[in-house]
Design a protein around this ligand. Structure first.
Ligand code: G3H
Length: 527
């Protein structure tokens, strides 16, 4: 395998520090090795998963130190960070984004090696995250400008703002280890909360080049970064009951068990992006070529390892044969390659994923489905070629489970109530893709679908972006809404100062405004 020089690995990267209370401290405990599922010759010259380096495997005591640092920085609402002027918090974030940009090449390279994301998508993940931070800063300025005023109703003056909630535990997923984690962490801290952040199991080394930027941009204790297993690190933190917001992108089972550990659940705010089983519904008059194209990117971008991926296709009987003929050919035409080759199909980061996908295929075949494409289910090292499975029935595992990988179940229907009833019965409710042209059919369908999911994509694959749009889901798929603006709302609460309208109080308000003795009471206009 030829690795282009710019993406070649040097010596393994042994990252041995963590960030607690503004100190980048050297870790002298055990480490966890980090491997890439991309195989290269090992010391004996045999092909084996590439050893990328290691990260600290931290313990409960350090997890609790990180929590203490975040709690002290919030300091029961008295901390410098939660009481700081909005403009000053924004200045910290602006400094961070400048420093972060300097690490682009290192992070992009690690994204490719650690999770197998292709170069184009790895660059996009980094750039999209930088844009997200810039947009968040602008949106926060706009929210702040809207709050820079007094209301007067019923004889009461009110100055209303959005305030922080407290301490946030932030946990991200392996498929977007930078973007999705930062899309939680950045709005959380800019609103004045303090945070403990633990990177995902895969996609962890790529956070290391950013630790210094966090240290140099934010006051001590605002962002604390620890490494280790969820069970060792996140569990004791939740058990203290000191976490005010659980911000997690991942599986609902993890979210539920973490929530259950909190002794005062009613005080825990949840910001969760969870699993989904987004269907495509293909109507008889759908444009075949465009539908095939969208279904390819929808099912197979990053090998289907996206919460927004199309995970089941419902095709109308009248178009089924024509669709499947084109679609199976298009699937088989996809190339598997290394991330720097920019193919759609790339190595799977989870070593057990090919075996899991094979189990789904075997189960479906036993229950009557066939693999329709020639290459479907072919194994290679760290990969299994996407299989198009048809006919898929409700008793099959691949119908129910979120495969999060390269396998494509297809169901045919004649009555539109089939996919609608299935969606209503499903545990998930994130998005749907609807393919067709006839507005007489589309109109009423859109009205129903919009009550079953939170985004109806018309003749388009499902996706999260653009990030200014609301990203959420019903049922097991999400709690709270994320978008540049909505995330700022999710990580804050409306709080205000009210006073009876009389001369004495007005004089106090005037004086507060003139003297700038309060950062909360301010009509300064942020440009
Ligand atoms: O894994 C879920 C991501 O939020 C999907 O984002 O649609 O931009 O790939 P995306």
């Amino acid at each position: 395998m030829n690795v282009p020089a710019e993406f070649a690995l040097g010596k393994p990267y042994h990252h041995n520090s963590f960030l607690i209370n503004g100190d980048l401290t050297l870790w002298d405990g055990p480490n966890a090795d980090v491997y890439s599922s991309i195989q290269t010759p090992n010391e004996s010259g045999d092909l084996a998963p590439t050893h990328l380096g290691s990260v600290p495997d931290m313990d409960q005591a350090h997890a609790l130190k990180a929590l203490d640092a975040a709690t002290s920085a919030f300091d029961k609402g008295k901390g410098d960070w939660p009481t700081m002027k909005v403009a000053d918090r924004i200045a910290c974030m602006e400094r961070f984004v400048v420093l972060m940009k300097q690490q682009r090449a290192a992070v992009v390279k690690l994204l490719m090696w650690e999770i197998g994301k292709n170069l184009q998508d790895s660059e996009k993940e980094f750039d999209r995250t930088v844009d997200y931070i810039d947009d968040t800063i602008n949106e926060y300025k706009s929210i702040d400008r809207d709050s820079a005023k007094f209301h007067n109703h019923g004889g009461v003056y009110a100055h209303i703002r959005r305030g922080p909630i407290g301490v946030v535990l932030c946990l991200g997923p392996y498929n977007y280890p930078l973007n999705e984690t930062f899309a939680l962490l950045i709005p959380a801290i800019i609103m004045g909360n303090t945070a403990i952040f633990k990177p995902a199991k895969h996609g962890v080394l790529l956070i290391a080049p950013l630790l210094k930027a966090f240290k140099e941009s934010f006051p001590p204790g605002v962002v604390n970064i620890v490494f280790g297993r969820g069970r060792t690190v996140a569990t004791p933190i939740m058990e203290t009951g000191k976490v005010d917001v659980l911000a997690l992108i991942g599986h609902s089972s993890s979210a539920l068990s973490l929530q259950d550990l909190h002794p005062k659940k009613n005080r825990l705010r949840l910001v969760l992006g969870l699993e989904a089983k987004n269907p495509a519904i293909i109507l008889p008059d759908a444009d075949l070529d465009k539908t095939v194209q969208e279904c390819i990117s929808g099912t197979l971008s990053f090998n289907g390892q996206r919460c927004t991926a199309l995970k089941i296709l419902y095709v109308h009987e009248d178009i089924k044969d024509a669709f499947l003929e084109k679609f199976t050919k298009a699937v088989d035409a996809q190339k598997f390659g290394m991330p720097w080759e920019n193919t759609l199909l790339t190595p799977l980061p989870e070593p057990n994923k090919p075996a899991y996908i094979q189990e789904l295929i075997d189960d479906a075949k036993e229950k009557g489905a066939k693999v329709l494409n020639e290459k479907g289910g072919t194994h290679s090292t760290n990969y299994i070629f996407p299989a198009v499975l048809y006919p898929v029935t409700r008793d099959m595992r691949v119908y129910e489970e979120e495969q999060f990988g390269p396998v494509i179940p297809v169901v045919s229907f004649t009555d539109i109530d089939t996919p609608l009833d299935d969606m209503a019965a499903s545990m998930y409710g994130q998005q749907v893709s609807l393919f067709g042209k006839n507005v007489d059919k589309l109109g009423p369908l859109i009205d129903t679908l919009s009550n079953l999911v939170c985004r109806v994509n018309l003749n388009s694959a499902c996706q999260r972006g653009p990030d200014v749009y609301p990203f959420t889901g019903r049922k097991n798929s999400a709690v709270s809404t994320l978008s540049v603006r909505d995330a700022l709302r999710s990580f804050s609460i409306r709080t205000f100062v009210a006073t009876k309208d009389n001369e004495d109080n007005k004089e106090i308000l005037r004086e507060l405004l003139d003297t700038h003795k309060s950062n909360f009471i301010s009509t300064d206009y942020l440009l």
